[in-house]
Design a binder for this molecule. Structure first.
Ligand code: ADP
Ligand code: FBP
Length: 325
């Protein structure tokens, strides 16, 4: 059984547009709403492939009620923690070439009691769990070390922990020594505070993240596939897709595939990349089926000089604000 935690879930609204002229009234011919948030997506993907998964999430407000109903219809076992604030809607505007403009709302602020209830819901559900996946951003009010504390608690009960988040919650999670972190290139570059331009840069960054506390790093590289850096060494996998429809949810699909594939080593990496490729060929956040004919190239021979198709240079620190007058 795999348990996922999504402290900041959402209903994802995907709206295809012909173009995106700023300031214009855009008429779209269709749109779709899906239950979402990273851990919700991971649980749904596992469940649709026959793996038992439960999602823990806060629920509040009208969007929360809609999310709750969507998850019931999807047949996903959930542990819902009632909160006073309203769950968010995140919007993806998808252009015909696959370019996505995404607006993620902040979500509700959780107070200390609601945060504690979320933690208790996870700890109460750990019996019989192989992996706990701590996924996504933390809403305001939740301390950045939430995932670190959960990782320590889960490990003490023999449960492995994967973390997929960004910014300070990702950095802080390393103190809890998670078994796996899954940053994309931007998240990894931000974490180590330097540009990632080549496969060698990613490997060096991932090794640094391992020294900081993660046992394994699954660095997802978009069109370049993924690099797995773990105690057993460095491995790379990639696949080509005919057309990218929308990359939203690809990272969640990759993490779900990795856990489905065993949570370590080549087979898990191969599944992660196959599931990520399935997701990018699908319009919404969720994806339906993985093409069994999709060829995934896997290798232990990684050229450190190979340039990334999508290099990332972290933004320099923002200039300090002038004092309020
Ligand atoms: N353009 C693409 N072509 C083929 N596979 C892709 C493409 N974009 C993403 N993927 C697959 O999806 C995985 C996750 O995508 P990525 O964009 O790195 O994650 P995130 O959504 O977290 O930013 C990648 O590791 C890769 O396997
Ligand atoms: O919690 P965050 O970081 O705001 O992310 C939430 C969003 O991430 C997603 O789960 C997609 O994530 P990926 O594209 O990284 O797979 C969306 O469906 C959701 O709206």
């Amino acid at each position: 059984m795999i348990l996922t935690l999504t402290p900041n879930p959402s209903v994802d609204r995907t709206v295809p547009v012909d173009a995106l002229p700023r300031g214009a009234v855009i008429r779209s011919r269709r749109g779709r709403s899906e239950p979402s948030g990273k851990g919700v997506n991971v649980a749904l993907a596992l469940r649709s492939h026959g793996r038992s998964a439960t999602a823990v999430l806060p629920v509040g407000g009208p969007v929360g009620a809609q999310l709750s109903q969507m998850l019931r219809l999807a047949g996903l076992p959930v542990r819902e923690v009632p909160v006073r604030g309203g769950i968010r809607s995140n919007i993806s505007l998808v252009e015909p070439d696959g370019t996505v403009t995404k607006v993620n709302e902040p979500g509700p602020e959780l107070d200390a009691g609601e945060t504690e209830a979320l933690v208790c819901a996870v700890l109460d559900d750990l019996a019989g769990v192989s992996w706990l996946a701590c996924c996504g951003s933390l809403p305001d009010g939740v301390p950045p070390d939430l995932y670190a504390g959960l990782a320590e608690a889960a490990r003490s009960r023999g449960v492995r922990v994967a973390v997929d988040t960004s910014g300070e919650p990702l950095r802080a999670s390393l103190a809890g020594r998670p078994d796996l972190v899954k940053p994309n290139t931007a998240e990894l570059a931000h974490l180590v505070g330097r540009p990632l331009r080549t496969f060698g840069d990613v490997i060096d960054a991932a090794r640094q993240v391992r020294r900081l506390g993660a046992d394994a790093v699954l660095a997802s590289l978009g069109a370049d596939g993924a690099l797995l850096v773990e105690a057993g060494g460095v491995r790379h996998a990639e696949t080509r897709v005919a057309r990218v429809v929308s990359a939203v949810g690809a990272g969640d699909a990759a993490l779900a595939g990795f856990l489905y594939g065993g949570g370590a080593g080549m087979a898990a990496l191969r599944t992660a990349v196959a599931w990520g490729a399935a997701a990018v060929q699908h319009e919404g956040t969720l994806f339906s089926a993985v093409d069994p004919a999709q060829t995934v190239l896997v290798s232990t021979e990684v050229d450190p000089g190979r340039p990334l198709r999508d290099p990332h240079v972290p933004a320099s620190s923002p200039a300090p604000r002038p004092p309020a007058s």
